[in-house]
Ligand binder design. Structure first.
Ligand code: DC
Length: 225
């Protein structure tokens, strides 16, 4: 896999802010806002699993067949790109930004993400993102498996009611409780609160309030309090 990046990026290497939590817990919004505030790269690891899921559908690979998914993951023409504040995967130079949000992809992503060799590939690739500089990385296992040594670990949560409301407002009709169960119940790298993570419940909060709490916690951790 080759990597390309903005040539004019001045982001220094080093820090990782890990943001984990269930679907619609505000990870993407908060990770994007915190990355913008700190001048770090934003990495949406769910989008990476979704990109492979989209590619399975495109190549006619059965997501219920772990051996076939593994084989595809072993050979797919994926490449990391860092542009406009984001690090993301392209396939044959194409970023399937819209397609990965479609219901067909959402329906299979938990299955694809539960294949052990897929998780191994993602772990290596997600760690490789650090070569671009400091990161705000969101996902399910960033604080537990991908960057367990970072001191900046967050676990976001919100009530199921509020999370369903958020998804509906985005025009997405999805069974979040079923996805929660799959993400938390799988054998490899299940969703759970990392040791030392700061747990923030943002039910009823604006994205700005939630972002500011994360930024304040980062400052507190930095000052060693
Ligand atoms: O955050 P999201 O809804 O885009 O994530 C899509 C799926 O990918 C979700 O069902 C769980 C999985 N995922 C994962 O297993 N590990 C991650 N680090 C990120 C996402």
């Amino acid at each position: 896999m080759e990597n390309t990046s903005d040539t004019n990026s001045n982001k220094a290497a080093g820090m990782v802010v890990a943001i984990d939590g269930p679907s619609a817990s505000g990870k993407s919004t908060n990770a994007r806002m915190v990355a913008a505030a700190l001048g770090y790269w934003h990495v949406d690891t769910g989008a990476m699993f979704r990109t492979l899921s989209w590619y399975c559908l495109k190549e006619g690979v059965n997501p219920e067949d772990p051996a076939a998914v593994e084989k595809l993951c072993d050979q797919w023409p994926a490449e990391l790109k860092a542009e406009q504040g984001r690090v993301f995967l392209t396939v044959d130079g194409y970023e399937p930004a819209k397609e990965i949000r479609e219901e067909s992809t959402s329906a299979i992503v938990s299955k694809v993400a539960s294949v052990p060799k897929v998780r191994e590939w993602m772990k290596l690739t997600q760690r490789e993102c650090a070569r671009f500089g400091s990161l705000v990385m969101e996902g399910r296992d960033i604080g537990t498996h991908i960057f367990p040594d970072t001191p900046y670990k967050f676990y976001l949560q919100a009530s199921l009611e509020e999370r369903n409301r958020r998804r509906a407002a985005e025009g997405v009709n999805e069974d979040l409780s079923a996805r929660d169960k799959m993400d938390s119940g799988r054998k490899v790298a299940p969703l759970k609160i990392a040791n030392g993570a700061v747990v923030l419940d943002n039910t009823g909060q604006t994205p700005e309030q939630s972002r500011d709490r994360i930024l304040a916690e980062i400052q507190r951790i930095q000052s060693g309090l």
